[in-house]
Design a protein around this ligand. Sequence first.
Ligand code: FAD
Length: 337
Amino acid sequence: MLRENISLKPFNTFGIDVNAKYFIEISSEEELIKVLASKKNQEKFILGGGSNMLLTKDIDALILYLNIKGKEIVSQDEASVTVRVAAGENWHNFVLWCIENDYGGLENLSLIPGNVGTAPIQNIGAYGVELKDVFISCEAIHLKTLKKRTFTLSDCKFGYRDSIFKHEIKGEFVITAVNVKLSRNNHSLNTSYGAIEEFLNSNEINTPTIRDVSNAVIAIRKSKLPDPDEIGNSGSFFKNPIISASDFKKLSLKYPSVPSYKLEDGKVKVPAGWLIEQSGFKGKRYGDAGVHKNQALVLVNYGNASGSEVLKLAEKIQKTVAEKFNIHIETEVNIIK
Ligand SMILES: Cc1cc2nc3c(=O)[nH]c(=O)nc-3n(C[C@H](O)[C@H](O)[C@H](O)COP(=O)(O)OP(=O)(O)OC[C@H]3O[C@@H](n4cnc5c(N)ncnc54)[C@H](O)[C@@H]3O)c2cc1C
């Protein structure tokens, strides 16, 4: 059913109050194709869980609110199972379903908000695991031609919080389903993150299961990240910048305490949160927009901030970090201008 002039405040985790001129909930692929065919000349805007966007203006385009549900086992053998999941399934509920069924591979990605269909857009990742590690393919419909296309792992050009959907074909496709391959036994657990290890040790778990790892991730995330139900936010607002080894050498000479992760290609990832904190923004508040008091990487809406206010703060942070460290920090959140 088409709804007109509704507030998007309940539909984005930042809690930004903008108006949606036309809003339609899509519950099946057939419905999606029908709507696309009948509204050919209208601009479209795809909305999932609204957990990775900053809305800075009213949306005049037709909002397609994806609510296509369903999970099916495509194939399985002793060792693995391939599951097809519809785009509108909630990501965390899907992870919990996998754990319930003892399907391994997604436990480190527990409690990430948003929809399954959005997961490929930025190749969601956390605690040493990314979607690409289990990804087989995703199905998508071209917004204009209505043709269906399957994107394989290599087609998606996944990178750190990155994929082809943010570049070459940005805004051209609606992802309708994702296929992932998960382990059925001998799960290969990734517990290398210090905080996961600490949780397991302090709970005296010596032979962890996927459920233990998921519980660890959930507990860590709850203790570290602000809950969007309590304070509006979109998780990490910026990506961690990746710089060359020689730039990192210069940086660490000037700031010996700079934390870093060395990447396989020799480049170095620097935590954006540290750069922001060193630039004096942690816990700062400007009206209702602010930087979280415990997590400098997370920008928050204390209540009635507008998207432009949050964006202005983000730009101020980017400018200050660039001046101080000569490093550009890119936004991870999709800015809707
Ligand atoms: C508290 C918190 C913690 C977070 N932690 C993490 C984390 O650890 N790791 C991580 O990677 N991310 C994290 N995120 C970001 C976010 O959860 C993910 O990026 C998630 O995949 C976004 O899904 P969504 O459905 O909410 O996307 P939305 O915000 O609805 O959409 C994001 C973008 O994708 C487009 N889009 C949405 N659905 C589709 C579709 N089916 N087809 C094509 N385009 C589409 C939208 O138009 C928009 O441009 C966090 C967010 C929050 C609020």
